[in-house]
Ligand binder design. Structure first.
Ligand SMILES: CN1c2c(nc(N)[nH]c2=O)NC[C@@H]1CNc1ccc(C(=O)N[C@@H](CCC(=O)N[C@@H](CCC(=O)N[C@@H](CCC(=O)O)C(=O)O)C(=O)O)C(=O)O)cc1
Ligand SMILES: N[C@@H](CCS)C(=O)O
Ligand SMILES: [Zn+2]
Length: 759
């Protein structure tokens, strides 16, 4: 019998209840018991909703208080020495300390989860680390569901993915050398889960869609040879792409089930069916990464073919990946127009789609003919909607030339003109754009939205915040101030709200990291800019200071990457439309007297395809889009870009090809490691390596930041170094911001004294 299955449900809560409870725990407003109780309440609700939606295979252990990779690190007791854990269980406070750092110990690194906007805590490995089972979460949450009458399939992160995503802290140590120790722990856990009643477990190995080394392939063979014997049957989950050249390997593993992402890679079903297998196949037919309604007829076509060739009893229907990346429930969206609403599906609706498809296979398409007919109507209506196409946008795109993507002079000549115009000191200091989004700022915006604060009062409030922020930066002595971004709810959503072709939701929140969420806008049609979006705030801020005010924009690739993108045209086409809109904004900022403009592209690296063979094509159009947005200006206007959470090792030519006059990057958590690649590559333009980890509430001292800057000056010529934090300061409070910026400026001053001027 074909079952409807789910791989993971969003844990943050339909109204971000988990975020709110976690943050209240951190500020001491509630205790651990209250936080645990809120977690349990959410899990119970989510299990019930899934059951009500008709899902037969419901996951457990997909819940997390911060991150599922950190959960695995805690499960395996891989606590870095600096947290001085004496052994025994990893409790909630140690868990949060690893994620967020403490005064005594910096947080563990955080980075992108594959090509998503979700961030995980990077495991740290050392040669002499002793791994041992240090939490029982998979077991307790399985039992918790059972006690509520819900039979679940516990989800575990696969050992090889966990080891592959971690970082070795000892030279020459290969994390895969820990594999046997990890397998001992997993085998024990699986046996316990079987003892508690679990017939199946889901083990996620998303690295199966990456280019794998022989050592990783061997590790996968050893892992599943062992775990397939350990108790419950294993549903091995691949997602975010095609198995590709790992298909034979995956099919050869002695697991009982294999999950395939048939949204990103629908073609792989034919190869798998042709190869033949006795495994249960889980068909990921409903997009877990986007918000469009599934074309059920097309999905049913694939599923029916699989049922004919493989047998309906050995099939499950599922979302393509965990629904962690999807908003919770479309039902809440009371402000979306009817057209748009009829085109969308969030997590709850996606599970209903999964259930319809499974039922169609079990009982025949007639049994769900009403649902199929309604779906076919909505899919067809979207396809022909007049709201999607804008001939002016298409005409402008057709006229884009290579010249539009080129600055007038090369960097050395631009640098001279800009230095003469800006007159900045060596080691110029700046920030990445946002300043603390305090409760007051968020409340004023919420009140404005609800009509409790008039347009004029909200505007005056924002002017006040901006004025105070510029004054503080002047008092601190920052060389290149910013306006503070108080008017922005989010660096992508804010732009989406002002561009045609975008829609936005009220509650479409998705977890980004820890308690932090984003509400990606929905790109449904051709994109254009009806009016200037940021000039009002940058121009106002420039009137408040004699220093050069930096204008702040989000780049086209990042807007694309952090939105829910239309799936009816290539991403590169949509990206170019956004680039043209940003280009107009850049030109307007320059015309308004703004001499420095930053175009943030933190998601450029994240958008890189998972397989290397596809990289160059992406990099060509992504870099082209950035350049298209950045190049309407004269040589005297300085263009900055900013990238956080990015590994640059393999993409330096593309970073250089962006040709930004200045790039600021996140480097502090990696102790400047990330900078070395810029040195090795001989990166030609200016660089601002972050010297303050703004993701942690910890306040770095001037000495610590001076030290980081010295490390930077040892590898990058001093006359090309800028001094800045890792990223924007929106998540920080004012006291820590002022103290840390004071220290950052002290560090810059120290380097100006220490490092002699070039002759
Ligand atoms: C730089 N990062 C970003 C990523 N993706 C983005 N789309 N944006 C980013 O900035 N990816 C990589 C990183 C991830 N980092 C972060 C950092 C911080 C956040 C964050 O702070 N998120 C906020 C939500 C931001 C937001 O949209 N705020 C709105 C709504 C505020 C709100 O909650 N209002 C309350 C009412 C408030 C009151 O009455 O007091 C409500 O609606 O209930 C706004 O400011 O208006 C977060 O809180 O999680 C995300 C990613
Ligand atoms: N300008 C943005 C960039 C974040 S990546 C900010 O400062 O928040
Ligand atoms: Zn950033």
């Amino acid at each position: 019998m074909t079952l409807a299955a789910n791989l993971g449900f969003p844990r943050i809560g339909a109204r971000r209840e988990l975020k709110k409870a976690t943050e209240r725990y951190w500020t001491g407003e509630i205790d651990a018991a209250a936080l645990e109780a809120e977690g349990a309440r959410l899990r119970a609700d989510h299990w019930r909703w899934q059951s009500d939606a008709g899902i037969g295979v419901i996951p457990s252990n997909d819940f997390s208080f911060y991150d599922q990779v950190l959960d695995t690190t805690a499960l395996l007791g891989a606590v870095p020495d600096r947290f001085k854990h004496p052994g025994g269980a990893v409790d909630l406070d140690l868990y949060f300390a690893m994620a967020r750092g403490t005064d005594a110990a910096p947080a563990m690194e955080m980075t992108k989860w594959f090509d998503t906007n979700y961030h995980y805590i990077v495991p740290e490995f050392t040669r002499h680390q002793t791994l041992r089972r240090a939490t029982d979460k998979p077991l307790t949450q399985y039992r918790e569901a059972r006690a509520l009458g819900v039979e679940t399939r516990p989800v575990l992160l696969g050992p090889v993915t966990w080891l592959s995503l971690g970082k070795s802290k000892d030279d020459g140590f290969d994390p895969l050398d820990h594999l046997e120790a990890v397998l001992d722990i997993y085998a024990g856990l699986l046996a316990d889960l079987a003892g508690a009643g679990a017939d199946w477990v889901q083990i996620d190995e998303p690295i199966l869609v990456l280019d794998l080394s022989p050592a990783q392939q061997d590790a996968l063979r050893r892992t599943y040879a062992r775990l397939a014997q350990a108790g419950p049957q294993v549903m091995l989950a691949s997602y975010f792409g095609a198995l590709g050249d790992n298909r034979t390997l995956a099919l050869s593993l002695p697991v009982a089930g294999l999950h395939l992402d048939l949204v990103r890679a629908p073609e792989q079903i034919d190869a798998v069916l042709e190869a033949g297998t006795d495994k249960v196949l889980s068909l990921g037919l409903v997009d877990g990464r986007n918000i469009w309604k599934t074309d059920l007829a097309a999905a049913l076509d694939i599923a029916s073919r699989a049922a004919d060739l493989h047998g309906p009893d050995r099939l499950q229907i599922a979302p393509s990946c965990s629904l962690l990346h999807s908003p919770v429930d479309l039902q809440q969206e009371d402000e979306l127009d009817d057209d748009l609403r009829s085109w969308l599906a969030f997590a709850v609706q996606k599970l209903e789609e999964v259930a319809v498809l499974a039922r169609a296979l079990r009982e025949g398409a007639r049994s769900v003919e009403n649902q199929l007919a309604r779906n076919a109507h909505d899919i067809a209506a979207r396809r022909v909607s007049s709201r999607i196409h804008n001939p002016d946008v298409k005409a402008r795109q057709a006229a884009v030339s290579d010249d539009d993507k080129r600055r007038r002079a090369a960097f050395p000549a631009r640098q001279k003109v800009q230095q003469a115009r800006l007159g900045l000191p060596r080691f110029p200091t700046t920030t990445i754009g946002s300043f603390p989004q305090t409760k007051e700022v968020r409340r004023a915006r919420a009140d404005h939205r609800k009509g409790l604060l008039s347009d004029a009062d909200y505007d005056a409030f924002l002017e006040g915040e901006t004025r105070a922020c510029v004054a503080k930066q002047d008092a601190l002595g920052l060389d290149v101030p910013v306006h503070g971004e108080f008017e922005r709810n989010d660096m992508v959503e804010y732009f989406g709200e002002q561009l045609d072709g975008f829609a936005f939701t009220r509650f479409g929140w998705v977890q980004s990291y820890g308690s932090r969420c984003v509400k990606p806008p929905v790109i449904f049609g051709d994109v254009s800019r009806p009016a200037a979006m940021t000039v009002r705030w940058s121009a106002y801020a420039q009137t408040l200071t004699d220093k050069p005010m930096k204008g702040m924009l989000t780049g086209p690739v990042t807007i694309l990457q952090w939105s829910f993108v239309r799936d009816d045209q290539p991403r590169r086409t949509t990206c170019e439309q956004i680039a043209l809109a940003i280009r107009d904004e850049v030109a307007d900022l320059e015309a308004a007297g703004i001499k420095i403009i930053q175009i943030d592209e933190p998601a450029l690296r994240e958008g890189l395809p998972l397989r290397r063979d596809d990289w160059q094509t992406y990099l060509d159009w992504a870099v082209g889009a950035f350049r298209l947005s950045a190049c309407p200006v004269t040589d005297a206007t300085q263009i900055h870009t900013h990238m956080c959470y990015s590994e640059f090792n393999d993409i330096m030519p593309a970073i250089a090809a962006m040709d930004a006059d200045v790039i600021s990057i996140e480097t502090s958590r990696s102790d400047m490691e990330l900078l070395q690649v810029f040195a090795d590559f001989d990166y030609p333009n200016d660089i601002g390596p972050g010297i303050w980890d703004i993701h942690s509430p910890r306040r770095p001292s001037a000495a610590e930041m001076t030290d980081l800057l010295r490390k930077a000056a040892a590898v990058i010529p001093a006359d090309r170094l800028w001094v800045n934090p890792d990223c924007g300061l929106k998540t920080r409070g004012w006291p820590e911001t002022e103290e840390s910026l004071r220290n950052l400026i002290t560090a810059a001053q120290a380097l100006r004294t220490e490092v002699s001027e070039p002759a």
